[in-house]
Ligand binder design. Structure first.
Ligand code: GAP
Length: 517
């Protein structure tokens, strides 16, 4: 646990030191759970967004994008169920006066049991070496089975209690498990209460005429209310999808863990409109397609797993999370939700407008069902960044800090370094920058010895360093150094563009996930 915490602290300080993420309004001591993206962070975020957009919109001829407003008519949130049901169960500790999400306290308890399972696996791996069969071990080892049964039992009871809104039983569960305040160890808990997560604001020039609004807690509703506009103006035929990226706001009870749980964050959501009765097959399709998208980035297939929901949101008939192994354990990264006709049906009722599709094959109109994929951009950022940050022992006994961000997402693709600041080398390096900058974000760096510059670029996540030396003057070649392997080779200046393209082009990466339907 301490090792995990140390690793997480390193992630946070590295993100700041290298211009990825800063606490918001830091000169005023920051604002809880609100963060700003720096010069490198904004590029990584933009690249992740584009990688998602290309996979979802550009590569699907039946998915289009929109950009709806953050402010929406207040009835939207009545219809969507958020006014009545967008709550989290909170619990206060009477001694420490700290507030927690009751379900998260229980989930963290379960994560500790899962940690014990991982320890057993690691022990057995060391004992059996090459012949170790992890799947068999997990399904037969009595101690692991006992832990697994315990974890499943707790999650099942939590899910059922939340489903029934039986908050007294959630408190009873916390007491039975003897869960203590993680910061103080006190077990003196209040009752569990529901807390609505939406931020309210006002719209209007005077206090009398102002109307109450909410900042949207999800981007999805902007898609639902535009369903007919897009379907009609785009002459879309079912099945079709509408995608959107944008800010969402939630007054989270507990907003720790850096950018994992923020109060202002960005979502990348897609609503896929389908014929009623086909939701099961589309649910499976999108679960697989989204997992492939994640795998295409090469962050390690072992770092992902599905978690099927016991407690379904008010709109869903099936739901699963894609969880990622963050520095603090497996947690939700993306949700795949079968939303039935709940949203469109409810907007029909509240707006008195028909939100139906005339199906020429069936020769009838119906309210489509919806399959949703919803991923947090900031969480994806944290997944990429935290798994990329590595300390490597080198052969010469030193260590290097390297940020192995997939080259396709790296903020800067190449750094151009003159070996020395004289003999015309800076001029050639700048000429290379001027040529490459039309296609890639590139950096020019002439300060310090070249070895130190390599380390600086490794830590910033730049996949290529291109060094201009005296041989360049003779034959127009440079060395190109690969961040991950540290291998260097000599190449012609005129070939640089195609070499960098080959490894950073989205086409090369996205082809791996065969997302085209
Ligand atoms: N439209 C469905 C929806 O919003 P959700 O599971 O509440 O579903 C979807 O959120 C995704 O948004 C999550 O999987 C997560 O990646 C991201 N997300 C949710 N709350 C967040 C928060 N407070 N901070 C950062 N990301 C968040």
């Amino acid at each position: 646990m301490a090792k995990q915490e140390d690793q997480f602290k390193k992630v946070i300080s590295h993100a700041k030191e290298y211009g990825y993420i800063f606490p918001s309004s830091e000169i005023y001591d920051g604002l809880s759970a609100v963060y700003d993206y720096g010069q490198n962070g904004v590029e990584l975020k933009r690249n992740i967004r584009e990688y998602w957009w290309k996979a979802m919109v550009q590569l699907h001829d039946n998915i289009v994008g929109i950009d709806a407003s953050i402010f929406m008519h207040p009835t939207t949130w009545k219809a969507s169920g958020h006014v009545d049901a967008f709550n989290d169960p909170l619990i206060d500790n009477k001694d420490s006066k700290k507030r927690y999400r009751a379900d998260v306290l229980v989930e963290d308890y379960v994560a500790k049991i899962e940690g014990k399972i991982e320890k057993e696996v690691a022990k057995a791996e060391r004992r059996f070496g090459e012949s170790f069969d992890k799947a068999q071990f997990l399904s037969t080892n009595p101690r692991v089975l006992k832990y697994q049964e315990e974890a499943n039992g707790i999650l099942k009871r939590l899910g059922q209690s939340l489903e029934r809104e039986d908050l007294a039983d959630v408190k009873a569960l916390i007491e039975e498990l003897e869960i203590a305040d993680p910061e103080t160890g006190s077990r003196n808990w209040t009752d569990v209460k529901q807390f609505n997560l939406m931020f309210g604001t006002k719209l209007g020039a005077s206090a009398e005429s102002a109307i109450d609004l909410y900042l949207r807690p999800e981007t999805a509703q902007g898609i639902f209310v535009n369903f007919l506009n897009v379907q009609k103006s785009g002459r879309m035929k079912i099945p079709f999808g509408i995608a959107q990226t944008g800010k969402a706001f939630r007054n989270e009870i507990v907003a720790r863990q850096f950018i994992f749980r923020m109060r202002e964050f960005e979502q990348m959501e897609m609503q896929y409109f389908i014929k009623p009765g086909t939701q099961k097959e589309w649910y499976e399709y999108w679960k697989e397609a989204r997992l492939k998208w994640h795998h295409s980035l090469g962050l390690g297939e072992d770092n992902y797993r599905f978690h099927d929901h016991e407690k379904l949101a008010h709109y869903a008939d099936a739901a699963a999370d894609i969880e990622f192994r963050f520095p603090f354990g497996f947690k939700e990264l993306e949700g795949i939700h079968s939303r039935t006709d709940f949203d469109l049906g409810s907007h029909e009722k509240f707006s008195n407008k028909k939100l139906q599709y005339f199906d020429p094959e069936e020769n009838k109109s119906y309210v489509p069902y919806v399959l949703e994929t919803s991923i947090g951009l900031d969480r994806m950022f944290l997944a990429v960044f935290s798994s990329a940050l590595q300390e490597e022992e080198l052969e010469n006994g030193t260590t290097r800090t390297v940020l192995k961000i997939p080259a396709v997402l790296a903020p800067t693709k190449a750094a151009i370094l003159p070996l020395v600041k004289k003999d015309g080398l800076p001029e050639i390096a700048k000429k290379i920058v001027d040529e490459l900058k039309w296609d890639f974000n590139v950096d020019y760096d002439e300060k310090d010895a070249v070895g130190r510059r390599y380390r600086r670029q490794d830590a910033a996540g730049t996949p290529f360093c291109i060094t201009v030396d005296h041989e360049t003057l003779e034959n127009n070649t440079v060395t190109i150094r690969h961040r991950d392997t540290m291998e260097q080779s000599r190449v012609k200046i005129e070939d640089l563009k195609s070499i960098i393209s080959k490894e950073t082009d989205m086409r090369y990466w996205l082809q791996k996930c065969e997302v085209t339907a």
